[in-house]
Design a protein around this ligand. Sequence first.
Ligand SMILES: Cc1ncc(COP(=O)(O)O)c(C=O)c1O
Length: 290
Amino acid sequence: MGKLVWLNGELCPLEEARTSVADHAHLYGDGLFEGIRIYNGKVFKLDEHLDRLYHGIRMLGYEMPQPQEQLRSVVLEVCAKAEIPNGYIRLNVTRGTGLGLDPKHIDRRCNVMVMVSTLALYPPEAYEKGLDVITTSVRVIPSDSLDPRLKCIGRYASNILAKMEANARGAGEGLMLNHQGQIAECTGDNLFVVQSGRIRTPHPSCGILKGITRDTVISLARVRGYEVSEEILTPFDLFSADEAFLTGTAAEVIPMVSLDGKPIGDGAPGPITRELVEAYRAETDKGVAF
Ligand SMILES: Cc1ncc(COP(=O)(O)O)c(C=O)c1O
């Protein structure tokens, strides 16, 4: 059928979907979202994404009308109707509708959206050649200001600024450090380095979104016998690495071959990166069928 949106119980084609201008995420960024991929007619890591969304809903105190199981069924139903075998689902939950910051004075019935569409984050050749990354001037929001595990719509203004900086400098992606100058993440991806066969990735306390793809890749690497550690990393660890790669639902697993114009390793995707790209591709066949 094509790209579809389910919004508060109503289903319509993507181009026709409309939401209120007084939606609290439209006015204040007061909403949560998830991006989920569909591979071969199956929704990959559906329950992990729903768990993260519902943890955020609890933390932000949203009055969510649908229990998790019900939203899960809606997602699968919309996917079945859209009939997009390889696509991208965007889930949005916002606090409600009304002008004014104070949730006490708004209509707190959450606005819930399930969009089934498609998304390509990077050009196909970037998965072969790898990405050139720059360090941006944008620091991640400190975790004591906004817990990075909250996938909150409002926080993404800084990621968009970082992405624009990367675009302006002709780079494929932008790295964001935290306020201690430690490596955090890229604009929509977690980061890994490989050094002497060991795989390292920033510890969740560094202000990163604890990515679902990150967790998947950590498990896939460990099953293959690699040592994987979550650590505090600085740019030094990238410049001295043999390989680096990025992970994310939209990004998938993609090699990173340079930082700020300096090659990482020999400046080409490394063997462990390539192995994990393949392992991840094979894993994506294990989604929930609709
Ligand atoms: C800032 C940020 N970091 C990391 C990720 C990767 O997370 P996941 O693998 O759960 O998609 C994302 C994905 O949306 C993100 O927006």
